[in-house]
Design a protein around this ligand. Structure first.
Ligand code: SF4
Length: 95
């Protein structure tokens, strides 16, 4: 049976400033908030690990916010762990 495509969006809702035109929820990039958020995101992904047997990951987007602003090792670790957490036939690559 062919697997269904799974397109994954990981929202990292932290911005160093607040743009006047933006209505998106965005948080101040406090270290403790970022750390707690990435921990919770990892817990959620691990909890979903076995609930997606009919799917395979076709693409992952990471947005927010400005995820690149974070440059947290914890976020990098979570992204490297993704292929083990999800039905992942892809070879991870950098842009
Ligand atoms: S999400 Fe983007 S547009 Fe909105 S406040 Fe953050 S940087 Fe600005």
């Amino acid at each position: 049976m062919e697997k269904k495509p799974l397109l994954l969006y990981l929202d990292i809702p932290f911005c160093p400033g607040r743009c006047a035109y933006c209505a998106k929820p965005a948080l101040e990039p406090r270290a403790d908030w970022r750390e707690g958020y990435i921990e919770a995101l990892g817990r959620e992904l691990r909890a979903q690990k076995d609930s997606l047997p009919d799917y395979e990951v076709k693409a992952v987007w990471v947005g927010g916010g400005i995820p690149g602003h974070m440059a947290d090792p914890q976020l990098g670790e979570l992204l490297r762990e993704l292929p083990r957490l999800l039905p992942w036939p892809l070879t991870p690559r950098s842009p």
